[in-house]
Design a protein around this ligand. Structure first.
Ligand SMILES: [Zn+2]
Length: 327
């Protein structure tokens, strides 16, 4: 019995495979994360993330130019302030590190889209994503007072030149609060990319080295989502859509492909996937050991996020991927 259908027919030639390929990664899909630190001429490699650096503002500008020249449309900025306090002053101050970096990048590379990560954990002395009750040692962030800080942070980032505001703290009502703040300040055209379904994940480990944002006590499980939950992600995205989100993000990506898919199916907004630090570090470590073919594994991974439904991918591999796409 010979089969009538032989799917292998369409795989016989590389040009033919190219013609029937369903998902194609392009540089348009990529967003490159950058970590801004105070100082001058600083480029300090993050130990757990080979190839990723904490950069002073002048170095961020150089990097932004390189990113733009590779055809990557956007960066997302994280900041490591000189000082941290309970009010996360460094997050919302007009002279904050992200504000300085955003202004400098927009001045030097006006066409590069600058996304500002809007959270407080890099700026609070305790490392949590908002206000805590005095004496709290569990990390149960006070939701509503934190919204005021997030609003202030978003407005100051927009003032500094950020094109997109990306709140990541998983506070209830944060999209609405930020939308209101931006509108009142005259930024009604500044879009919000909400970290809508962000999980309490061990894959963030290396990022916390990079952003120096490890909680001093407790963990983030009272605000970030439980990895076992999928329906709850839909609840979260529906709320964010109702509150005015323009784009939705799923974070992490690799262990959450089903969530990317569900979010894509459940909404008409662009979906971003955050290929997080731990996912990056695992590939880098294996590649540095000679255990995998880095280029092929990276391209396959990024293409898979897109196949799962991601319109945009935040990834530390962005520059490498953009280079490989040019080959
Ligand atoms: Zn945070």
């Amino acid at each position: 019995m010979f089969p009538i259908h032989r799917p292998r027919r369409l795989r016989t030639h590389s040009q033919l495979r190219r013609m029937v390929r369903e998902t194609v990664l392009t540089t348009n899909d990529l967003i490159y994360p950058l970590f801004a630190v105070p100082g001058e001429g600083i480029a300090k490699e993050v130990k757990s993330m080979p190839g990723v650096y904490q950069l002073s503002v002048n170095k961020i500008v150089e990097e932004a130019k390189a990113v733009y020249d590779l055809g990557i449309p956007a960066i997302i900025l994280f900041g490591i302030p000189a000082d941290k306090d309970v009010d996360a002053t460094g997050a919302w101050h007009d002279c904050g590190i992200v504000q300085k970096a955003a202004t400098a990048v927009k001045e030097a590379v006006p066409d590069l889209i600058v996304i500002a990560d809007t959270c407080l954990c890099e700026y609070t002395s305790h490392g949590h994503c908002g206000y805590l009750q005095v004496g709290d040692l569990t990390g149960r962030v006070l939701n509503d007072p934190t919204l005021e800080l997030l609003k202030k942070t978003a407005v100051s980032q927009a003032k500094a030149g950020a094109d997109i505001i990306a709140p990541s703290g998983m506070m209830d009502g944060f999209v609405q609060a930020i939308r209101q703040g931006l509108d009142e300040a005259g930024f009604q055209d500044t879009p919000i990319m909400s970290y809508a379904a962000k999980y309490a994940s061990a894959y963030y480990g290396p990022f916390r080295d990079a952003a120096e944002s490890t909680p001093q006590f407790g963990d983030r499980r009272t605000y970030q989502m439980d990895p076992g939950n999928a329906r709850e992600a839909i609840k979260e995205i529906e709320l964010d859509i109702a509150e005015g989100a323009d784009m939705l993000m799923v974070k992490p990506a690799l262990s959450y492909m089903d969530i990317i898919w569900r979010v894509k199916e459940a909404s008409n907004l662009p979906v971003a996937a955050y290929n997080v630090s731990g996912e990056y570090s695992m590939i880098k470590a294996a590649a540095l050991n000679g255990w995998i073919d880095e280029k092929r594994v990276v391209m396959e991974t990024l293409t898979s996020f897109k196949r799962a439904g991601a319109d945009l991918i935040l990834t530390y591999h962005a520059k490498d991927a953009a280079r490989w796409l040019l080959e």
